[in-house]
Design a binder for this molecule. Structure first.
Ligand SMILES: C[S@@+](CC[C@H](N)C(=O)[O-])C[C@H]1O[C@@H](n2cnc3c(N)ncnc32)[C@H](O)[C@@H]1O
Length: 205
């Protein structure tokens, strides 16, 4: 019964977004994502959805892309007229995008929606969009058996992303890449403790 209610609750986007705001998830992402950037420049926000985190990057030349054209239309409407902000609907695996162009790529909270086969393909496609020395910032929520609380697990198990991984699983996945930094951001503990966030930084050689 509890699990069924959680699934219903999580699958209604407006309710889910309101919940995310109440527990501080959106504010948390908007503070930790930009905190790892040491310079400004051209930024590709891969999997930007409705421009959920655009407000944290208004001082960048910002390009949001997402395969979901409805989300991109909503993002365009929301940020219409904002200087240096643009959005495009595309599937990065099917359509090469601006090679050797970006100083930064943000690949945030999308990993747990992708299979083990898809992630390396997407990483390779995204690395090609970076100029030499450019940086890819990967964030994803992780599962931590023995540490995650009951409500954290309940939310995680009902997430639409069906590929929640441990830090160790991501270590294996990122082993072939030039990882220059890795850390875990502890999640806020407002009402409900969310999953902690893994951060991995890659540099384009
Ligand atoms: C959970 S949202 C992440 C939203 C935001 N980045 C965040 O941190 O909250 C994942 C997004 O990745 C997009 N996505 C998944 N595969 C994609 C692909 N191959 N090309 C472009 N976008 C993709 C989905 O449409 C979805 O909007």
């Amino acid at each position: 019964m509890l699990k069924r209610s959680a699934k219903w609750f999580i699958n209604v986007p407006m309710i889910w977004n309101t919940f995310q705001n109440v527990v501080g998830a959106n504010q948390w992402k908007n503070s930790i994502y930009p905190s790892v950037f040491k310079s400004r420049g051209k930024l590709l926000d891969f999997g930007c959805s409705m421009g959920n985190n655009t407000e944290a990057f208004l001082h960048f030349e910002y390009y949001g892309v997402d395969v979901d054209s409805v989300a991109i239309e909503a993002a365009k409407k929301k940020w219409e007229g904002a200087p240096n902000i643009s959005f495009e609907s595309l599937d990065i695996l099917k359509q090469p995008y601006k090679n050797n162009y970006f100083d930064h790529v943000l690949f945030a909270c999308t990993g747990h929606h992708l299979t083990d086969e898809e992630i390396p393909k997407i990483l390779n496609a995204l690395l090609l969009t970076l100029r030499t020395g450019g940086q890819l910032h990967f964030f994803d929520v992780i599962k931590q058996p023995g540490k995650d609380r009951f409500l954290t697990r309940l939310i995680m198990n009902n997430d639409q992303g069906k590929h929640m991984r441990t830090e160790k699983q991501y270590d294996t996945m990122f082993a072939p890449y030039s990882v220059v930094e890795k850390r875990i951001f502890p999640s806020p503990d407002h009402i409900i403790k969310l999953q902690d966030m893994l951060y991995i930084k890659l540099t384009r050689q």
